[in-house]
Design a protein around this ligand. Structure first.
Ligand code: PEP
Ligand code: MG
Length: 760
């Protein structure tokens, strides 16, 4: 048996050459399969080689060398049944020294397989689903060598083409294909809010790989070389394109792309696949298949996002090499479109005509994926994690996308269309009404001004300041830059971002929050404590706790902020402060950096305003110590309420369980606000709570003078503020705090109703 890589390469190439001859022969499909199992078994010195194909939802033994011939077309396994069914269902490879010991083993007496111990099987994949399984078995209990598995996978890939072309398998696996003619309503993961209507357009018309077996290995290698060169040229060009701004997050994304495009390991693996006898197209696809299989085992969403970038590039390479260049973007959108893709790279998204691209539906996707960040900056709604999207939808189907309500209507009925259009008109009208309020002051009926600021985290978010007429940025989540980057952003890069944001904000304040990384915002490139897995990451080593320990991180951020704010006021706040000394320690780092800069004669900020976030309940007990040190306090209700109720903020079952307007929260917030008032320290709220009109009303009723909210909420919250009488509201809220038996939510709704407060 071949164990060394070069032996495997030649074994694989030999098999492919022989398979190629069989395929080109004039015999029927069954005769070809019979021959193929002989060749593979012989070349791999395997006593058994079998091919199972998916027919009418079952995996049918189609050809075998070594098992009893009576079992052919008789042995049938359901997806998930036995080892073969498991391989097909999970699209995974199995390599076992003792097949019968595996929990999924199912004994099929007609095959006579009981005398064989070792078993290796690989899926035969088509459009990312298994259409069959190729398996080998051996008498001796041993595992097949890695290189032999590689050979099997390569052969399975070639078989996939031949089998589909011969029409031997089901069109689509199992019962997963829904009759794509009926109306469907599906949901997913809300990635970018909004509504859109358009025709379904598939991002990637499927690339057909015509030939899989190379006739001239060197010629195939040359094709891949020139495709790589072309792809690198394209990526370099994209890096210079104006859409990416200068040194923005997009730039970081492109740098990740560049890193992959120039990755020697990747081109080497493709070359090795060519060595094994595949054509350039098949070699790229083969490497991509392997990446996908690995991706399935990755549970880290950030890492998975980077892998998607690599897939994006692999598709690009495949298009170049096969000459099938057109993505839907290159072919051009002819009408309003909703783009459908398994996943999408940010660069691919930016290639679309923005006037026609109305929405995006992804089979995968996540909140931290680059494409989500870019789509948000483009104002394109995105629904992610929609299952089986390519099976549900046909090119050209009418789609109605309502991410706000987490619904995608596929081929909607006329009634659905009408209801959707009404909602859309209403949303557009509301948006226009709110936009008209842009320049109106955020003042209550009795003359109290409430500061309305926006939460931001990306360079492009600054545009929302002008669009909404907000007073400034009340929370700039600096960790976003770290999250979209593949490496720790260097100080200069941080500084440029901060300076650009302050420039764009002009004289409006920007409150920079130092990085809140760690916990669920872990960075793959930051070395955590010996790879320790945190049981409760939200309560773990994150934010200021982490930054104080990784002093270098905090120092360089402090330097970047101080330098960026030279000649103006710097607002900075520290997240997740649990005890006053943490604030002191964080501030000391800034003081020290300031001293250093002063010593070097550098220009400094004209003033620095330091704040803390109150997110940890314990800090509320220490306000007498903390407040005298602060210029402002910002209450992070997202974290604070999860800790107060011991209820994970990301847990779907708990999302609705505890009310932000419950007496416990109102009383807790009241205590903080009262202490801040007494100490004359301005207090604001920057959690999601402040972006909901009723909750915002309760907050200003408690005396909160500043809300920092999601930009889309500025209009509705301003309308509420302008229609409320603050002194009457404060009396009402005071009454609720005194009497916890009252249902405060219901009572506040009734109050707003009676007093004509706008709660849209
Ligand atoms: C909060 O916890 O309320 C907050 C604003 O911070 P983040 O949502 O980023 O944790
Ligand atoms: Mg928080």
């Amino acid at each position: 048996m071949a164990h060394s890589p070069s032996a495997a390469v030649s074994a694989s190439r030999r098999i492919l050459i022989r398979l190629h001859e069989v395929m080109a022969s004039r015999t029927g499909a069954q005769a070809k399969l019979n021959k193929i199992v002989e060749i593979i078994g012989e070349e791999m010195s395997s006593e058994v080689c079998s091919i199972y194909l998916l027919r009418q939802g079952k995996l049918e033994l189609y050809a075998t060398r070594g098992l009893k011939q009576e079992a052919v077309h008789v042995t049938r396994l359901a997806l998930g049944e036995g080892l073969v069914g498991t391989i097909a269902k999970n699209v995974e490879t199995l390599n076992l020294d003792e097949a019968a010991a595996h929990p999924d083993f199912a004994y099929k007496p007609e095959t006579g397989e009981e005398i064989y111990h070792s078993f290796a099987g690989v899926p035969i994949v088509r459009s990312e689903y298994a259409i069959g399984v190729l398996g080998v078995q051996h008498h001796d209990p041993h595992r097949y060598a890695e290189v032999e598995i590689e050979t099997l996978q390569t052969v399975a890939m070639v078989l996939s083409e031949m089998i589909s072309n011969a029409g031997l398998v089901d069109e689509a696996p199992g019962d997963e294909r829904v009759a794509a003619t009926q109306t469907q309503i599906v949901g997913g993961l809300q990635l970018v809010m909004g509504m859109a209507r358009g025709q379904a357009v598939f991002h990637q018309p499927r690339i057909r790989i015509e030939h899989t077996v190379a006739e001239d290995v060197e010629a195939e290698r040359a094709r891949v070389y020139s495709a790589f060169a072309k792809m690198r040229e394209q990526i370099d060009k994209l890096a210079g394109a104006s859409e990416f701004g200068v040194d923005g997050e997009h730039q970081e994304v492109i740098e990740t792309y560049k890193m992959f495009a120039y990755d020697e390991g990747w081109s080497r693996r493709i070359n090795e696949a060519i060595d094994s006898g595949l054509t350039a197209e098949a070699a790229i696809e083969r490497v991509q298949q392997r990446t996908r299989m690995r991706m399935r085992q990755i549970d880290d969403p950030l890492l998975a996002d980077r892998m998607h970038d690599l897939e994006d590039l692999a598709n690009r390479l495949l298009r170049i090499v096969s000459g099938q260049l057109g993505t839907a973007a290159q072919l051009g959108l002819r009408q309003d479109a909703i783009l459908i893709a398994r996943n999408l790279g940010p660069a691919e998204l930016l290639e679309y005509d923005r006037r026609r691209l109305k929405g995006v539906v992804l089979e995968e996707g996540s909140l931290t994926a680059h494409v989500t960040i870019v789509a948000r900056a483009m104002g394109v709604p995105v629904l992610g994690r929609v299952k089986q999207v390519s099976h549900l939808i046909n090119e050209g189907d009418l789609l109605l996308l309502d991410v706000d309500r987490n619904q995608l209507f596929v081929r909607p009925s006329p009634e659905m269309e009408e209801a959707f259009d009404n909602k859309l008109t209403l949303t557009q009208k509301r948006r226009a009404d709110f936009a008209a309020m842009r320049d109106l002051p955020s003042v209550t009926k009795d003359g109290t001004r409430i500061e309305l600021m926006v939460n931001a985290g990306l360079r492009d978010d600054v545009a929302t300041l002008d669009a909404t007429g907000a007073d400034g940025i009340g929370l700039f989540r600096t960790e976003f830059q770290f999250l979209v980057s593949s490496t720790l952003p260097q100080r200069e890069r941080q500084q440029r971002l901060y300076r650009d944001v302050m420039d764009a904000a002009e004289d409006r304040p920007v409150i920079f929050r130092t990085v809140d990384i760690g916990g669920d915002k872990a960075l793959p490139y930051l070395n955590y404590d010996d790879g320790m897995v945190e049981e409760n990451p939200a309560m773990g080593w994150r934010a200021t706790r982490l930054a104080l320990e990784r002093e270098g991180l905090m120092k360089s951020q402090a330097r970047a902020l101080l330098e960026a704010a030279a000649g103006r006021t710097l607002y900075v706040m520290f997240p997740m402060i649990s005890e006053p000394w943490e604030f002191d320690a964080a501030r000391a780092i800034f003081d020290h950096q300031r001293q250093l800069l002063m010593g070097r004669g550098k220009m400094l900020p004209t003033a620095i305003r330091y704040g803390a976030m109150l997110e940890v309940p314990a800090l509320a007990e220490m306000l007498d110590v903390l407040l005298p040190k602060l210029d402002f306090l910002s209450i992070g209700t997202n974290d604070l309420t999860q800790f107060l109720f011991a209820a994970d903020r990301a847990h779907p079952k708990l999302a609705e369980r505890y009310d932000w307007l419950s007496p416990a929260i109102l009383r807790f917030l009241n205590r903080i606000v009262t202490a801040c008032k007494a100490a004359n320290v301005p207090v604001g709220v920057c959690g999601e709570m402040g972006g909901r009109t009723l909750e915002a009303m309760a907050l200003i009723g408690l005396g909160v003078g500043r809300l920092s909210i999601t930009p889309a909420s500025v209009g509705p919250v301003k309308a509420m503020i302008r229609s409320v009488d603050l002194s009457s509201l404060q009396a009402h809220v005071a009454m609720l705090i005194k009497d916890p038996s009252i249902n405060s939510r219901a009572s506040l709704i009734a109050y707003a109703d009676a007093m004509g407060v706008e709660l849209k």
